[in-house]
Write a protein that binds this ligand. Sequence first.
Ligand SMILES: [Mn+2]
Length: 335
Amino acid sequence: MEPSDSHTFLGLAPIEKDVDVVVLSLPYELTTSYGTGTSQGPNACIEASGQVELFDVDLNEDLPAGLAIHTAKAWDGEEPTLLHQLDSMVGYLNPWFEGDCFPLTLGGEHGILPPLMEALRNHPRVHEDLSNLTVVQIDAHGDLRSELDEEPYSHACAAARALDAGVGQLMQVGIRAFSKEEHERMLSDDRITTFFAQNTQSPFQGTEHWQAWLDLLHTVEGPVHLTVDIDGLDGSLVPATGTPVPGGLTFWQVQQTIQALFDAPKAVVVSADVNEIVPQKDTPLTQFTAAMIATKIVASHAKARRNGRWNLLGETKGTVRPTSMPTIFRNSIKE
Ligand SMILES: [Mn+2]
């Protein structure tokens, strides 16, 4: 499959000016530990989205449902070091995090989360203080390691770095592969709430645990970022992802999570990402599953907007936005 920028999300006609939803691509791959191919993931997902049904039964309308959805040109990723890449991702994301549109970012490995946090820090609803932000994480892994192979910005550390950046609350679900260090952090850091797959997927008490998760989402307040590592789904649904893991969430549990979060009366989901997408070659199942999730996110945003729970902050700035090259990550390392 040749990467190309010729596809648009959902196969929609390109738009020229006002943007309600932007689909951003971070084809970033540095530290995926097992599989390879996350750098092709965003494009494969966008291509697969052309086959997704536009009607969403919960929205009761066809997408784009009156929204102008812009598929932005992918981040080019041409930087000499990891820290340059992280800064460059922030520079790519920043102009879309000004509150005038809803950014949906496709990855790329989960290492895109720290740059997303830096872009969110400047979001007008976050007020330069990430303690105002809740991150909801669907994942097989805790991503709470302090480092992996001596690399603190590994995908296996993404959630730990988000907390280090100052995130107020981290709510995790689907979690079933983690180290002792991560488990201890889950139990000791009172900003973290973890719902383990061992409980939510139990054939006996699973329903109770699942309902408790949905009830928790209903209570979320303030700005939220939703990060969906597709390996949170059962590995049978996403066999090509970097690290497929058995025993995961069903497709419907992920849909319910998205719906419950966007429906939470006191929360505003300000951005979302779907990551660890890898194009599958024998069948497009992995990228199609990712595209279905991305589409559900956009439909749920459309519904929140229709219900008056997402208001434009400032004037929309069109489709062409200059990137920049901040020095946040490079400056964070003291030699
Ligand atoms: Mn992850």
